[in-house]
Ligand binder design. Sequence first.
Ligand SMILES: Nc1ncnc2c1ncn2[C@@H]1O[C@H](COP(=O)(O)OP(=O)(O)OP(=O)(O)O)[C@@H](O)[C@H]1O
Ligand SMILES: [Mg+2]
Length: 414
Amino acid sequence: MSDATASEERVIAPVPRITLQAFCETPDVAATVQAAAADRRMQKAQVKVQMGGAPAAVETFRHNPTPNVVLLESYGDRGPLLAQLDALAEVCDAGTRVLVIGHVNDVILYRELMRRGVSDYLIAPVAVLDVVAAVSELFSAPGAGPVGRTIAVVGAKGGAGASTVAHNLAWAAARQLSLSTVIVDLDIAFGTAGLDFNQDPPQGIAEAIFAPERLDANLVDRLLSKCSDNLSLLAAPAMLDRTVDLTETALDALIDILRASTPCIVLDVPHLWTAWVRRTLISADEIVIVAAPELASLRNAKNLYDTLRQARPNDGKPRLVLSQVGVPKRPEIAASEFAKAVGAELAAVLPFDAQLFGTAANNGQMIAEVQASGKVAETFAELASAVTGRAEPKRSKASLIEPLLAKLAWRKAS
Ligand SMILES: Nc1ncnc2c1ncn2[C@@H]1O[C@H](COP(=O)(O)OP(=O)(O)OP(=O)(O)O)[C@@H](O)[C@H]1O
Ligand SMILES: [Mg+2]
């Protein structure tokens, strides 16, 4: 069947904003994958095609973050391919999906691949649309689950540094963990995400929530402004021409649309306690509470922590971040006492550094752009890794190997 006929007959869902790396062994398959990447349904995906097959993949992911999908071409026989997949399991993050294009029609191999958690096995020669369909099905098949994880960041007090954490966290997820990320500025009247990323888009979140009848995936795509390859922004208009009185469910549709298309969604939640803020926090996959080491922050952080814990008995705990620690001459609550009083572990402690944070804010840059190898940038990278559940590159992935093996059953039968 020619590609043209196939495209008329097959309905293939658009592929979400995922990252895919292909490691091919033959020029034909590499060309097919490259053509698939150019297909309209793969528009949002970031695709990189290289040669070297599974050994190159193993080598690459020893030092680099794993994409959402790894596509391997294997020219060889069953034995070496299975051994290479086991090696790959050691360096891949949990949740990475693996597609294999092989050259042998071997039922035992197919079964072994499925047992190891490989999502699909295609037999070469493959058509362009076969590749597009295989990738699409990873995310659109029944039971595939939502693509995206939402991370809501909220301050225990105004000015605690919540937006700074949200933006730097999103940047680290996109840049250092190679996750396609959208940052959503929910501080509609006063949000600073546009300023912080040096962007001044004409449209943004206001168009999405004030005209719900027009809201769909295409509109959201048009409203996103691109900050870098993997990072987009849904900016707040930061205008006072209208007041922001949202209904409790005003954000539901927008968040569902983003969840269907983007792996990492960082919600910069303003310091408010309205019905829609409470709903946004309770329904997030991860919550980060940012507090300063003083009494009002402590009281509010504890109230937020307890309320959210109670509303989410079956979820992970909110993460507590202390920011602006060590303001000269300011009497402060010690980090350990703060954590004890809230009853939570600290996920991160950020020093007060007026020079560093002030420079970043005024230049529309992230901390890691001002000071790449500093402790603060490292803290944001670690936090991004914790809330996204993905290992940082160039670090031991040992802690992820067990969950990976358990989840995907990528273990050789003993
Ligand atoms: N660790 C820090 N050291 C020094 N300054 C900081 C630090 N964290 C944030 N700031 C600065 O504090 C100010 C407030 O930060 P930010 O806007 O992130 O707080 P917020 O909690 O989001 O505030 P809002 O309540 O307005 O949403 C900004 O000028 C920011 O640059
Ligand atoms: Mg803020």
